[in-house]
Design a protein around this ligand. Structure first.
Ligand SMILES: NC(=O)c1ccc[n+]([C@@H]2O[C@H](COP(=O)([O-])OP(=O)(O)OC[C@H]3O[C@@H](n4cnc5c(N)ncnc54)[C@H](OP(=O)(O)O)[C@@H]3O)[C@@H](O)[C@H]2O)c1
Length: 349
């Protein structure tokens, strides 16, 4: 049994003006492992759109200066406190995005307890968590794959399966663009027996081919002025049952939705010019989705295992020392799949 580390290397975000604000710190002491705590060796971490928003001070929920970035990662439990019951040494785990949101509705306290924004995140070698803040990762996923699940995947899962009505076989889902949330939306929808219509800004190339390979039966361009109508036409005029809305395209969504369909309002990758939802135009349900609870995370992981869903990873996986480059690459528009940093073999040198 190797020695339990007493310190960690970690990246911190001193302020929020860009990747030059990221600093690698060494020999940061780890807190003692309390009775209900576990010590995790991080093997891989993944970036979300949100992490670059934090880096550039445009994140809706703000962040704490000096925070260790990134909510998403997966690792190995290497020590446990004497009262821990959920995990043992050797468990493969990921952390929940909101500290303390175990089940039910999101509380206002949990909402401002996001790791990687308000409390320290996973861009570090080791971290101590309360056992309640972790879930077991799916057995069919590597650490690299599982590192992508806490935010993007869980948001897609929540959007499709946790509203007043759940997705069912035969439903039609609209996924927008080929970002992290949308790729998981396609994969979960296909696993549930639904049909997927996808959009992309790069129609006719590698990206469209990839979206089709993943399961989209129709791929349209969100650069078309009336793509919402085209989506509806692609359903024979009925409209889609579910929209996982990541872009800020309210008018187009209203045009694409079927009577009684559901729009999960998730994000705004389309930029500040996005339109605002006018309920008078929506003959269905509008629902704000904010990641998900630990219970939803565990439900999702069972589905990932049962359906052998393989998260899509970008072909370039970065080293721990390359965190700045990884942040820049993640917002380059060149990615296809989740951007991951691998730390498994990182040793301080
Ligand atoms: N509410 C929540 O809990 C929650 C959770 C996760 C994410 N979010 C938000 O959801 C959004 C997506 O996050 P993400 O991590 O999936 O982003 P991401 O991976 O950074 O998404 C990048 C992709 O967005 C697509 N895109 C760009 N402009 C678009 C437009 N006008 N319409 C449709 N797609 C467009 C592009 O697809 P193509 O290359 O194919 O054109 C691009 O590849 C972000 O705004 C994020 O902050 C919210």
């Amino acid at each position: 049994m190797s020695k339990i580390p007493s310190s960690t290397s970690q990246w911190v975000l001193e302020s929020s003006t860009g990747s030059s604000d990221l600093t690698l710190k060494q020999d940061i002491p780890l807190p003692p492992i309390g009775r209900h705590d576990v010590l995790v060796k991080i093997h891989a971490v993944a970036l979300n759109s949100r992490d670059n928003q934090i880096l550039h001070n445009t994140y809706l929920w703000g962040s704490t200066p000096g925070v260790v970035p990134l909510s998403d990662g997966a690792g190995l439990v290497i020590a446990v406190g004497e009262a821990v019951t959920r995990f043992t040494t050797g468990s493969r785990v990921a952390a929940t995005f909101h500290r303390g949101w175990l089940s039910g509705k999101l509380s206002s306290i949990a909402q401002v307890s996001q790791i990687g924004a308000h409390s320290d995140g996973l861009l570090r070698q080791y971290i101590v968590f309360h056992e309640d803040e972790l879930v077991a990762i799916p057995s069919n996923c590597s650490f690299v794959q599982a590192s992508t699940l806490p935010c993007a995947a869980l948001t897609a899962w929540n959007a499709l399966f946790c509203g007043s009505v759940s997705l069912k076989p035969g439903d039609v889902v609209l996924a927008q663009g080929s970002g992290g949330v949308s790729l998981f939306t396609i994969q979960f929808s296909k696993a549930a027996g639904a049909t997927v219509i996808a959009t992309t800004g790069q129609l006719g190339g590698e990206r469209e081919r990839y979206l089709r390979q993943l399961g989209a039966t129709t791929v349209l361009s969100y650069k078309d002025a009336d793509w919402g109508k085209k989506v509806k036409a692609a359903t024979g005029g009925r409209g889609v049952d579910f929209i996982v809305e990541v872009s800020g395209a309210a008018d187009q969504c209203a045009a694409a939705l079927r009577l009684g369909g559901q729009i999960a309002v998730v994000g705004g990758v389309g930029g500040p010019g996005g339109s605002v939802f006018d309920m008078r135009n929506i003959l269905g349900e509008l629902r704000r989705v904010v990641v998900g609870s630990r219970e939803q995370f565990e439900d999702m992981n069972r589905a990932i295992e049962a359906n052998d869903i393989q998260p899509v990873i970008d072909e370039t996986v970065w080293a721990f020392e390359q965190a700045k480059e990884a942040f820049e690459y993640a917002q380059s528009g060149k990615t296809m799949g989740k951007v991951v940093i691998r730390l498994e073999d990182y040793e301080r040198h």
